[in-house]
Design a protein around this ligand. Sequence first.
Ligand code: GAL
Length: 665
Amino acid sequence: MLHFGGDYNPEQWPEEVWDEDVALMRQAGVTIATVGVFAWSNLEPEPGRYEFGWLDRVLDRLHDGGIKVALATPTASPPPWFTLAHPQAMPVTADGVRLTHGSRDTYCVSAPEYRAAARTIAARLAERYAGHPALAMWHVHNEYGTDCRCDATAAAFRTWLQKQHGDLDTLNEVWTTAFWSQRYSDWAQILPPRATQYLPNPAHVLDFRRFLSDELLSGYVEQRDLLRAANPDVPITTNFVQGGWVSVDHARWAAEVDLVAVDHYPDDAGPGAEEETAFAGDLARGWGGGSWLLMETAPNLIYTRGRMHAKEPGRLTRHSLGYVARGSNGAMYFQWRQPRGGAELFHSALVPHAGPDSPVFREAVGLGRTLKSLSPQVADAAPRTARIAVTWDAPSWWALQGGGRPSADIDYLAAVRQAHRALFRSKLETDFVFPGVSTDALGDYRMIVVPHLYLVSDEAAAAFRDYVAEGGHLVVGHLSGIADPAGRIRLGGYPGAFREVLGVRVVEWHPQPPETEFALDDGLRASRWAERVETAGAQTLARYTAGVLAGAPAVTRNRFGAGSAWYLSTALTDDSLARLLRQVAAEAGVEPVLPGLPSQVEAVRRGDLLFLFNHGPEAATVPLPEGEVTVQGGGFRTVRPAGCGTPGGTPTGMSSSPGRSGGGR
Ligand code: GAL
């Protein structure tokens, strides 16, 4: 069944509002409410004094209304009394400033006092609610991510390093501590990266990022295990977040949750929002192995850079179904009712300040109906149909952040998003693979695109080589294969780990200003980056045309075993990258989802159901294997095309145009 609902914070409202909440939820077809995420100070107003009465009444009311509950542990926001009792459990910034309460996420996950308090409140909730009939899942914490550099963190970091590296000689070696006299002669000398005079040691910073991800994970696992012991049948998760500040490696975390739950907030007001939605959905599906849940997104106003943007009619529906098409088992929002005060008082909600007589609530009611009718039509997991994958690797992202890099314009996330966007615009279905975690899935794809995969282990390098030798099509972008997992450069020429399979050797980097575009001799355009490439078996497909690199190879292809490996030594523009990836896809024998799709129409397969989204204002005609269908401007349609389900390209009856309140029948 597809979930529909979101964060519900009744503790912010007098009880008379709760009845209206449940009535409106029923009207909208809400199936699930996430309760208690930030309710610690209401649940435990004083140390050891619990007030569960209000939560009992909330859960009972929801249950009476037929609405399920994702019950949260409130550990992302300890109450003020906790801070005052345990100041040492507050996070310390790299500058040595100890933060205090007043916002949220103010805790140190390594502080024993915080961990004990988190376990206690989680255990009390488990004790009281593990058997509640409304309980559908546990939602542990909220968006794990708080960074801390305090002494407790230092101690935990050292323990982690000892497990990782064994002895100090090894650590000194892999951190290259001989540079700038950083050799450690005692574990006690190792601190978390803190404010220092000039550039920090990148290996130290990288290990700290890995440690922090593992340390936060251990905080989750501890709560998960006690919730599980209370009722092994209730699935347990925590909401992963996507975005630039993310401090955990979700590809690794995915193994520890019963279902991957993801928060996603696109921040582009234009068509970029649909591209972001597609990216997030594909990445989440990868983490979840086909199945995941959109736990939070904004119902209306999108935070764009510096200003909020109201979603146009129909966009809430298209975005929400966009995630569902990409494997989410529902659509949930932050939040149900827009608050009267508090830090996020203008953040959009399903019931806005204006009340239910509002465009967003009306669209929500239609969306609820649509999700209900779609429920029996979608399988629990989205079967894998993409033949193309893009690599994702959080440690490579972390390694490419910070100072000391060859260009300040290097941006891992932007490079991965660009690769995905180029495929999205080319209507090519895309999955993600996680070579830092496992290379088992590589062979499932005809084509793999590798943007900025800076850190590569010997095993992963061998797996990519075998993949090509066995007939795969590999497209490697610059800044890939440069270092080993510890961040030490692979010597002998870039892109070290991929030199053999690519048949090239890069002897010099030529970073370029981002504002200057330049042309390659086959018409492709690029900016930001160039390299001196020597071919060693590869064929040159495009050359640089100006400057000291004029005439030198820029894009190459190497036939290797039964497959081919392309190397892009420069940062192609969006159009050029899309053109090149289409050529590779054609060589790999991968077709777009549907031939002849109008540019504003997005088509996504989930099992035998085809979702068609018209992101443009005008109606569009979509050719199907048999016949054609019209999708209204700003609307969507689901069909079962011949060849993947019901014969004859039968419209399933699900369609909407934004003008009609509702959407779906
Ligand atoms: C999420 C968070 C929510 C809310 C939302 C606002 O990241 O989990 O609590 O703050 O952002 O967009």
